[in-house]
Design a protein around this ligand. Sequence first.
Ligand code: SF4
Length: 671
Amino acid sequence: MSILTAPENKLNIYCPSLTEYKRRETITIKIGDIPMGSDYPIRIQSMTTVDTMDTQGSIDEVIRMVDSGCEYVRITAPSVKEAQNLENIRNGLHKKGIFVPLIADIHFTPNAAELAARIVEKVRINPGNYADRKRFEVIDYTDASYAAELERIREKFIPLIKICKEYGTAMRIGTNHGSLSDRILSRYGDTPLGMVESALEFLRICEEFNYFNIALSMKSSNTQVMVEAYRLLVQRLDQEGLKPYPLHLGVTEAGEAEDGRIKSAVGIGTLLEDGLGDTVRVSLTEAPEKEAPVARALVERYEHRAPHAPINPVENCPINPFQYTRRETQEVYNIGGLNVPRVIADYSDLSVEQHEDLKSIGHFFLPVPDKWAMNDQGADFIYSGQTPIPFMLPNGLKEIIDFKQWLDQNDKLNKFPAFTVKEWESGDQSERSSQLNFIKGTIHNFTVEFLERLRFANNIVLLIHSENHHAMPEMRRFFYRLVEMKIKTPVIIQRTYETDLGDSLTLYSATDIGGLLVDGFGDGTLLSPDFQYPLSHKQKLQSAAAYNSITFGILQAARTRMSKTEYISCPSCGRTLFDLQETTAMIRKHTEHLKGIKIGIMGCIVNGPGEMADADYGYVGMGKDKIALYRGQEVIKRSVTAAKAVEELIELIREDGRWIEPGTDETYNLS
Ligand code: SF4
């Protein structure tokens, strides 16, 4: 019986339900003793970073990873000798009583895959480079020459399928946005469709040989592309009548620390919300044992997601979920339209006493030259609720005050009211701002009739929140309603989280807000703290700073507002040619003021240039103490020593006219 995850006659449906939490039903695949699929919990995995030829080092690292929660461990096998050494690693682990399934990571080397498939429980192949060498050529394929290419792939790939069948070895066909073959790029371009087709070319051959022990992945460091590609994959599997294979979720080259966690959550969390995903790997430029706890925190959120309060189902998704388009809104004041999503800092539980209190949200006073300044993460609005701020705000920062308190304010040019739906409906028309009014509510308050009444208003922004346990899909349902009704009122997304959630605060907010942003929804964000116990004023300010930083991080990770340099750094593996964490920290130190520039930091030249995808510049290991510097996909300097490489990278950025001396960034708006 074929299991369909999307009704065939419904447009743009890519998951079991857009409104009710359900895991997508998949077949079960066998990976050693730990099966994967929708009948089992979502599995956690990660990848080693030590050289695969370092047997003891690999064993020790695998043990640390298993202790941190990994259920599968991937190890790179760049050539036959590493593939062979997997046997020693596996035997060493077995001797210690550790039977975690091992996965060989293969790029370019079918003979290493064929050997590894006899040793370990699973092989991962990259369809972009299993049978192809990248030449960055755009070739005009005719149908006949394309078919001949597919025939060439078959010949190279069929032996591996036969070995996997014989040995009971599983396989992941893992597409990577940054390493699509020239063939795929020429026909489909650098698109989610190209990513999906890249995997399907290999998958169809597997099915022809009745080999189904397969998981699929569609990774990218661009969260929008990643989400779209997984969705499209699910739809295409259904449409073609292929089996519903389990999905391995991951965002490649997510980076480190908070940024890495946010980026991972925006991509992975968005898909988990829709019930997609059977195993998760979070790729951080940190020790591999740091990854599993993050993946675990993301996944655990769904263990008790259902049942939740019902959300009105949708027959058709009213947007194209496979291609990013921002919802069309009218500009109200400086919100919506073509404006970047606005950031509103919530100070409603934090009475502002002095100018210094604004430093937490990027606005500060410079004694010399005696002026106000803001950094790239300066909030646009402050929501002060019922405790209006007793002084005039600097840097164009505006204030939002609850309606009743707003009525008492003299300055109605820089302070704007926030109404409940009831206050708005029952209030006197003269007691409104002529420029900008916020109306707070949930999908239940913002009824169809209410929205109809707002249709032609040009001074209203809605502030949506949700009390549903399945919050992101409920808020998304509201955006669908606006799209269906062609209502162009801008909407701010509000979410409230307890301040003592630790890492989960970052992951949950990035999922809930990022999941809407990647679909083009949301003209701003209001991330509110819920103080669980009494905190000092200073602690509350620290919390405001953390919420502000997370908010800007989410906007950047969803690619909707760039406020800092973006680092696309690989998580490192046995191929890595320098200390990635140390190097990333050093490059960051020199370049973190270059707002909007994307810098790839890649451990090896074999996969690095492809995987850094759309980075503007690349710092790539090409040998011992040899760095290659890239502009986009073009190598500009080769064999630069590590001691000179950062300087040369800066020089390259300078040549392009994109270098700014630290501290002279023009975005430090002096007023
Ligand atoms: S780019 Fe980094 S993670 Fe990828 S293969 Fe090279 S060293 Fe390993």
